[in-house]
Design a binder for this molecule. Structure first.
Ligand SMILES: Cc1ncc(COP(=O)(O)O)c(C=O)c1O
Length: 432
């Protein structure tokens, strides 16, 4: 039954609570009716600037006209056939385009799925099939999804893993480098070696999976020399390197894939989120010989690589070229970083401003001490921002990092207005 006469956020939240399990969390008690580029409007007619972008899905903004047109056109032809039953050209074209974009001087192949977690699951399947090994190494504070394998890989217990174990075996966690919190690149690499000593011999490890910038984990940027040395370690032991670019990909960091900036070519890359501007499609791209390891029928899925997702993703690629969004990502990143750094000089609670391209975050602490994370202040800041009309998201192992994922298509004026709101929200949150 629709209940539009009672369409307030509070009334809809009450219906939501009664109808939907609490496990599906809710960052903001806001129900939207409209989205346009970097702005959304709620059921009560309030406008918000969206710095969350559906968690890194809207690099091209809400309802980019070219994406909407491409999907409408696709709707007029066919919407579903299941690619493994009846094939269609947009799937093939998209694979060709992504093969050409992925780093590495070797032949590549790509196939499509529906969600990020599904892409990660499949990358692990492919790595195991190719290497005929079972072990997988992931990193502390990493996030790879909510299915059982990806939860096993995820290095953050609360709230993702609580009550859901046991997880698949043969998964081990090494330390992710974090200079602010005393984990050097040497420490991180030594922790991989420790796994080889304590848990599993290197010759049984199929893959190491790493986010070039940790998303949920707090926008921790992997130093380039860490990624380079990880690549060398993988080569030394015949281990595949998987870059999880589900949050960092599709131009968010100033290059199509974040890992390009380190000069490292992973064997496999997972992508999803912004690759189709809000339409559900994900991908695994990788070395052709590795990708061909699973036998026919071993990969795929009913909805995997839907024609609507392919049409949207091809439109996203066109938009990136036309609107030069990689350059925009770099410029936007600098603009946001400059502003947050200026804010940090005024507020000792800002322990760090960091990021890559337009993937920028600030970390909040107590008493000017980076080792005392302030999750309460972070919560107050996000809540206050919502009141001001800004949608912000937190992240980080201790819930004390505020991340900015504003559409790359947002104008400077909108970004500045959002940053003004952030600044005002921080001032109010600090008084509480
Ligand atoms: C790095 C990374 N990997 C995997 C995932 C899982 O993607 P999905 O939520 O589409 O399953 C996410 C989602 O936030 C992510 O950021």
């Amino acid at each position: 039954m629709s209940n539009t006469t009672q369409a307030t956020n509070a009334a809809l939240m009450a219906r939501r609570r009664a109808a939907i399990p609490r496990g599906v969390g809710q960052s903001h008690e806001v129900f939207i009716t409209q989205g346009e580029n970097a702005e959304v409007w709620d059921v009560e007619g309030r406008r918000y600037i969206d710095f969350a972008g559906g968690i890194a899905v809207l690099n091209t903004g809400h309802r980019h006209p070219e994406i909407i047109a491409a999907v409408k056109d696709q709707l007029d032809h066919y919407t579903h056939t299941c690619f493994q039953v009846l094939a269609y050209e947009p799937y093939v074209e998209l694979a060709e385009r992504i093969n050409a974009l992925a780093p590495g001087n070797f032949d590549k192949k790509t196939f499509f799925l529906s969600s990020g977690a599904e892409a990660v699951e499949n990358a692990i399947k492919i790595a195991r099939a190719y290497t005929k090994r079972s072990g997988v190494i992931a990193f502390t504070s990493g996030y790879h999804g909510r299915t059982m394998m990806t939860l096993g890989l995820t290095g953050k217990v609360v709230p993702y893993k609580v009550g859901f174990g046991p997880f698949p075996g043969e998964i081990f966690h090494a330390q992710f480098p974090n200079a602010l919190h005393g984990v050097s690149v040497d420490d991180a690499l030594a922790s991989v070696e420790t796994i080889f000593k304590n848990d599993i011999e290197a010759s049984r490890v199929a893959a190491i999976i790493v986010e070039p910038v940790q998303g949920e984990g707090g926008f921790n940027v992997a130093p380039f020399d860490f990624l380079q040395r990880l690549r060398a370690l993988c080569d030394q032991h015949g281990i595949l390197l998987i870059a999880d670019e589900i949050q960092t990909g599709a131009g968010r960091t100033g290059t199509w894939f974040a890992i390009e900036q380190s000069g490292v070519a992973p064997d496999l890359i997972t992508m999803a989120k912004s690759m189709a501007g809000g339409f559900p499609i994900s991908a695994v791209v990788g070395r052709a010989d590795v990708m061909d390891a699973p036998a026919p029928g071993g990969l795929g899925g009913t909805y995997a690589g839907s024609p609507l997702g392919c049409a949207a993703a091809l439109a996203v690629l066109r938009i990136f070229e036309k609107e030069q969004l990689l350059q925009r990502s770099q410029a936007l990143g600098q603009r946001i970083t400059r502003r947050l750094q200026a804010l940090a000089t005024k507020h000792s609670v800002i322990a760090d401003v960091r990021g890559l391209g337009a993937m920028v975050a600030l970390e909040l602490c107590q008493n000017g001490d980076a080792h005392q994370p302030d999750a309460d202040l972070t919560k107050r800041l996000c809540a206050e921002a919502t009141k001001q009309g800004l949608i912000l998201l937190s992240c980080g192992t201790y819930g004390n990092v505020v991340r900015i994922l504003v559409p790359l298509t947002a104008s400077d004026a909108i970004v500045d207005e959002g940053l003004d709101m952030l600044e005002a929200a921080l001032a109010t949150a600090l008084q509480a």
